[in-house]
Design a protein around this ligand. Structure first.
Ligand SMILES: Nc1ncnc2c1ncn2[C@@H]1O[C@H](COP(=O)(O)OP(=O)(O)O)[C@@H](O)[C@H]1O
Ligand SMILES: CC(C)(COP(=O)(O)O)[C@@H](O)C(=O)NCCC(=O)O
Length: 369
C-alpha cells in the first residue's frame, strides 16, 4: 500500500496553526430540509434550529447519542414550549438508563457549554448498535417523531439505518462524515481544557508511571488513531486539513470478539475486568523465552513480546493459563499492534505527535447537532 507522505510545504503550513476557537464556529451544524442535498449530506450551516438538539454517532459496535439540555430557558420559553419537548428533556436528564441497554455516561457530562448562543449541558447516552430496533421503538413511544424531522448523524450506521429512521420515526438523518466529526470532536473537547488529552510519563514502567496532562494548544500536525470497532489512522495538518493514511481491522471489536471466544465472557465490562487481573506473559512468548535474555544487538529487551499467544500451541501451557491471562494477552496483542502501526505511520509522515482516541475508555467523538 502506498502511504502518502506530507510535503515540507504541508508541514510548514501545519505548524502555523494554533488551536483556535474560531476554527470551530462551524462545529454545530444544523439539519433541516434546506441544507441537505438529495442524499441527506449536509451542505451548509444554518443559523437557527428548534429544540431538541441531538447528534447521533452510529458505530459498528456502539451508538452514541449526544443531547444538548438548554439551561438558560426563559420563563416565556418555558410557557410556550411543547409539552412533549419538556417530557423528553426530563426523560433524558432525570434518568441514567433507558430501556434495557441504553445508558447515560454521567461522568462524561459537559456543563456550561455554549452552543449557538445557548448555554447548557451536553449529555452522552450510548447503547449497542445491535439494539437499534429497540431504540427506534423507544424513541417513537416518547414522541420523538413529533418533535424532530431530521437529526445529525455520523458513523457507518447513518447510512445503514437511514431507511429505518425514516420508516419508524419519519425522521431524516443528516449525514456527516465520521472522520470529519471525529476531528471536530477532539478539538472541541480540547478547547474546553478538560485535559482529555494525557500521556503516561515513564511508560516503560507502567505501574510506577503517572498520568500527565498533555498540552494540546499547538496540536498540528498530529497523527490521530481512532480505535473503534476497527481502527483508522489520520494525519491531521489543520482543523480542516487531514488525510486517512492507514487502518487496521484489528481494533476494539477484535479485542471484544476474541475475549468472548477465548474466555466465555459476555460483555465488554467483563472482558476489561478480566484483562486487568491477568498476566499476558503466561500466554505470549517473550524475547527472553527465546533468547534466554535480551536480544541486545537490536535493542530488544527480554520482556518484550516476541510472539503474541506464542506459548499457546503447547497443551501443558494451555492448561495453566486463566481466563484473566487470556483476556490480558488479547488486550496487549491488540494495543501493541495498534501502537506499532501508529509508530510506523508517524515515522512515514515525519510527525512526532500521536493522539489516540478510543471507546476503550469511552470517549465520544462526535459533537455535531
Ligand atoms: N460498553 C461497551 N460495549 C461494547 N464495547 C465497548 C463498550 N465500552 C467500550 N467498548 C469498546 O469500544 C469499541 C467500540 O468503540 P467505538 O469507538 O464506539 O466504535 P464504533 O463507533 O465502531 O462502535 C468496542 O469494540 C469495545 O472494544
Ligand atoms: C470502517 C471504519 C472506518 C468504521 O469505523 P468504526 O465504526 O470502526 O469506528 C473502521 O472500522 C476502519 O477503519 N476499519 C479498518 C479498515 C482498514 O483495514 O483500513
Amino acid at each position: 500500500m502506498k502511504v502518502p507522505v506530507a510535503t515540507s510545504a504541508e508541514m510548514k503550513e501545519a505548524e502555523k496553526f494554533p488551536l483556535n476557537i474560531s476554527d470551530f464556529t462551524n462545529l454545530i451544524e444544523v439539519a433541516n430540509d434546506d441544507n441537505m442535498d438529495k442524499n441527506n449530506n449536509v451542505k451548509r450551516t444554518d443559523e437557527y434550529m428548534s429544540m431538541p438538539w441531538f447528534g447521533i454517532d452510529i458505530g459498528g459496535t456502539l451508538t452514541k447519542l449526544v443531547y444538548f439540555e438548554p439551561k438558560d430557558i426563559t420563563p416565556d420559553e418555558k410557557n410556550t414550549e411543547a409539552n412533549s419537548l419538556r417530557k423528553i428533556r426530563k426523560f433524558l436528564t432525570k434518568n441514567s438508563s433507558y430501556g434495557n441497554t441504553g445508558l447515560r455516561d454521567t461522568h462524561l457530562q459537559m456543563d456550561d457549554v455554549d452552543i449557538r448562543n445557548r448555554k447548557g449541558s451536553l449529555h452522552f447516552i450510548r447503547f449497542p448498535t445491535s439494539e437499534m430496533s429497540s431504540f427506534l421503538s423507544l424513541a417513537k413511544s416518547k414522541g420523538m417523531a413529533d418533535l424532530v424531522t431530521a437529526v445529525c448523524a455520523t458513523g457507518g450506521g447513518a447510512y445503514k439505518f437511514e431507511k429505518d429512521f425514516m420508516h419508524e420515526l419519519n425522521m431524516k438523518l443528516a449525514k456527516f462524515d465520521e472522520l470529519d466529526t471525529l476531528i471536530k470532536g477532539v478539538l472541541f473537547s480540547e478547547l474546553r481544557h478538560t485535559t482529555e488529552c494525557y500521556y503516561f510519563n515513564n511508560a516503560r514502567d507502567i505501574r510506577n508511571s503517572q498520568k500527565m496532562a498533555y498540552d494540546f494548544s499547538r496540536p498540528y500536525p498530529f497523527i490521530l488513531v481512532n480505535v473503534g470497532s476497527g481502527v483508522s489512522l489520520l494525519a491531521v495538518y489543520g482543523p480542516n486539513n487531514y488525510k486517512r493514511i492507514s487502518g487496521t481491522s484489528l481494533g476494539g471489536g477484535t479485542f471484544l470478539g476474541l475475549c468472548c471466544l477465548l474466555t466465555g465472557c459476555t460483555s465488554y465490562e467483563e472482558a476489561i475486568e478480566l484483562a486487568t487481573k491477568g498476566d499476558h506473559t503466561k500466554v505470549d512468548k517473550l524475547v527472553k523465552d527465546i533468547y534466554g535474555g535480551d536480544y541486545a544487538r537490536f535493542g530488544l529487551p527480554g520482556d518484550l513480546v516476541a510472539s503474541s499467544y506464542g506459548q499457546m500451541h503447547n497443551k501443558d501451557k494451555q492448561g495453566k493459563v486463566s481466563r484473566e491471562d487470556l483476556a490480558n494477552a488479547t488486550l496487549v496483542t491488540i494495543t501493541n499492534n495498534i501502537g506499532s502501526i501508529a509508530r510506523m505511520c508517524a515515522l512515514n509522515e515525519k510527525i512526532d505527535k500521536v493522539c489516540s482516541l478510543t471507546s476503550l475508555n469511552l470517549m465520544y467523538k462526535s459533537t455535531n447537532f
